[in-house]
Design a protein around this ligand. Structure first.
Ligand SMILES: Nc1ncnc2c1ncn2[C@@H]1O[C@H](COP(=O)(O)OP(=O)(O)OP(=O)(O)O)[C@@H](O)[C@H]1O
Length: 636
């Protein structure tokens, strides 16, 4: 009987498998059990499954072979790297093609995608929603606020396809490791059927044309990342700053705008090339902190539709090879903002630093050319000869600069924790304006962490003491106009200490135009006051000088504090002129920076009368604080 069953199994299973199966101890009993209880023959079913499995494997093999062959021989592809302008343009175009309505693979985001940041149909900031984000006691509630914000969808950029002008395209977001630069590179691959890349090229041209007709009121801000050999990271995309909001001598503004305009014109590039002159233009913005150097650079980027690439030479981690690599990655047309150039080649040697100096070979290498260039840097020789008066001025600058850098460092700290040796202080007037200055470029890093504490700590002090640039003067000169330096970019260098700069750094060819920024003049003070209380900036919803009324709310249960909606004030033109003049008359010229005045007015943004009434007191407190070198000033 047993033998009969085995014979039957041998007949139904493939020969090799049948032998293997019947040799498994107990297989016959199990097969019999299935047959008796469930009524099916395991041998037959196994044969069927094996057949299906074999067919599936064969089909998969043929498909992958066939697909690979088709991709290799039957399609053409073009790759676009994510640091190229085309990348954002393509995604923006894709997002506008109603693909987000048709595609079944989308990405949802509560933040507006970078590629769509200039779309005008944004409802998120509509004034009608303002009061919906307050709780019963009128306190702003971030959770409620995020609940009222729209959700943005864009293609997930996995494998997706579309047709355009009768051609079938596939696009895919992909990545690969760049072992040389030790980082992952992200890119898009656009593929079309056929052996010619022409349809993809036509599509790219179409996308470019489409992008050029779109109004662009946004500026992309890139920040130098010293990690992984140096790369530019797009930190944020901000509405372009109108140049009218930067208070500066009109003649100087006109001069720099027309100079850059002429430089960027394609005919100028040809003119330079025909004469063998490198097509580069450099500007030096110098003056005390908070006088508008960064603001003007951002405004320039907005006017010319350029992205801005910011790097600070006082950044401790930024080495010479990083900076060289960063410069080599710049696009053809852009603004490079190189801050604190006085830091190059200036070493504040500290015994504690001696060890750290030897930590990197490139560091030591970086110093050698500087030593070869001059036995001792001229700037340092000059320093020895400065008069006491000059030393005094420099030390005041250094005090402010020290605070600015300390604040920058603390603001960047992702999650500050309070320790015994650190005291958390409220950001007040002077600090607020300094912090605004320090963080003007780095705002997005502050945004990432909603709670930012500004600490006065002895630790921060000691970190500052050891700060120095890793970049030598010779290295910097090589990077900005060496043979490897690319052409077509606008280089803006900024410094608070023009007197410390080596003449080689600012010779014509490296610096073609210098703009001096001064502490606020009477006209500037008036202008800052006017800007604060005029409705010109409120393009969306002018308030015609009327205050928006709001009923006072009962005190909040939890906090016991009664709050009202912020009543931003827009004064009628005549009153504004009169008050701005009175305000400026009460402040001495060339004593306060525009940032300091702006900082004071920001504390009074809903109360112009109060700002006017309190300015004398603020002036006295500020002068007193400056005399004593105090950093914190009370504003009533
Ligand atoms: N001339 C100005 N016109 C308008 N706003 C100004 C001006 N100067 C400073 N501000 C305001 O002060 C703040 C700091 O200005 P900004 O960062 O441009 O100064 P900065 O000269 O670059 O300072 P730093 O040398 O410390 O980098 C900004 O919020 C800016 O709006």
């Amino acid at each position: 009987m047993e033998n009969l069953k085995m014979e039957k199994l041998r007949e139904t299973l493939p020969p090799g498998l049948a032998d293997a199966a019947v040799n498994i101890p107990g297989f016959g009993a199990i097969a019999q059990l299935f047959l008796n209880k469930l009524g099916f023959d395991v041998g037959n079913t196994m044969s069927l499954y094996l057949l299906l499995f074999g067919l599936w494997q064969g089909a998969t093999f043929l498909y992958s072979r066939g697909r690979g062959y088709l991709l290799d021989h039957g399609t053409s592809a073009i790759r676009i790297d994510d640091d190229d302008d085309l990348y954002a343009q393509f995604i923006s175009w894709i997002s506008a093609q109603r693909m987000t309505e048709l595609s079944r693979d989308l990405k949802a985001s509560s933040r507006k995608p970078r590629a769509r940041s200039d779309d005008s149909d944004d409802e998120s900031d509509s004034e009608s929603d303002d009061d919906d984000v307050l709780d019963e006691a009128g306190i702003f509630n971030y959770d409620k606020y995020t609940g009222t914000k729209p959700v943005y969808y864009e293609p997930n950029l996995g494998d997706d396809s579309f047709t355009h002008n009768g051609h079938y395209f596939q696009f895919k977001k992909d990545s690969q490791e760049n072992k040389y630069a030790e980082r992952i590179e992200y890119f898009l691959v656009i593929r079309c059927m056929g052996r010619s890349t022409q349809p993809v090229k036509d599509l790219i041209n179409h996308v470019r044309e489409w992008s050029s007709t779109k109004p662009n009121s946004m500026t992309d801000i890139y920040r130098a990342e010293p990690k992984h050999g140096g790369y530019w990271q797009c930190q944020t995309t901000r509405p372009s700053r109108p140049i009218s909001t930067v208070t500066l001598d009109e003649a100087q503004k006109t001069k720099i705008v027309s100079d850059i305009n002429e430089y960027l014109h394609p005919a100028t590039a040809r003119w330079y090339a025909a004469r063998g002159i490198p097509h580069r233009r450099g500007y030096l913005f110098h003056g005390p902190p908070g006088t508008g150097k960064t603001s003007l650079s951002f405004a320039m980027a907005g006017i010319f539709g350029l992205s801005i690439y910011c790097a600070s030479l006082s950044e401790r981690d930024l080495g010479e090879s990083d900076l060289a690599s960063l410069f080599s990655q710049l696009p053809n047309r852009c603004i490079v903002l190189l801050e604190d150039i006085d830091s190059a080649g200036i070493r504040r040697e500290k015994s504690a630093d001696a060890g750290s100096d030897s930590d990197s070979d490139s560091d030591n290498e970086a110093e050698k050319p500087a030593k070869r260039l001059k036995e001792k840097p001229e700037v340092e020789k000059e320093e020895e000869n400065v008069t006491d008066e000059k030393k005094d001025t420099i030390s005041k600058f250094e005090q402010k600069e020290s605070l600015r850098r300390r604040l920058t460092r603390v603001i960047r700290t992702p999650k500050p924790t309070k320790t015994d040796s650190e005291t958390t202080t409220l950001v007040t007037r002077d600090d607020a304006s300094e912090a605004a200055t320090a963080s003007s470029v780095k705002e997005s890093s502050v945004k990432a962490d909603p709670i930012v504490k500004v600490k006065s700590s002895s630790k921060a002090e000691s970190v500052e003491e050891g700060s120095k640039s890793k970049i030598s003067l010779a290295g910097l000169l090589n990077i900005i106009d060496g043979a490897a330096s690319n052409e077509g970019r606008v280089l803006i260098m900024t410094t608070n200490y023009p007197e410390k700069l080596d003449s080689a750094l600012i010779r014509p060819g490296r610096v073609d135009l210098q703009i001096k920024f001064t502490l606020a003049t009477s006209d500037q003070i008036q202008e800052i006051f006017r800007r604060m209380y005029s409705n010109e900036a409120d393009v969306k919803k002018p308030q015609n000088g009327k205050k928006k009324t709001s009923t006072p709310k009962p005190p909040n249960q939890a906090t016991g504090i009664a709050v009202t909606r912020p009543n931003f004030v827009a004064l009628p033109a005549e009153r504004l002129t009169e008050m701005s003049k009175q305000f400026a008359d009460q402040l001495p010229e060339a004593t306060f920076s525009p940032a300091e005045i702006q900082g004071y007015l920001l504390m009074k943004k809903t109360d112009p009368e109060g700002a006017l009434a309190g300015v004398t007191e603020w002036k006295a407190a500020m002068l007193e604080a400056k005399k004593k070198g105090k950093k914190v000033v009370e504003v009533k």
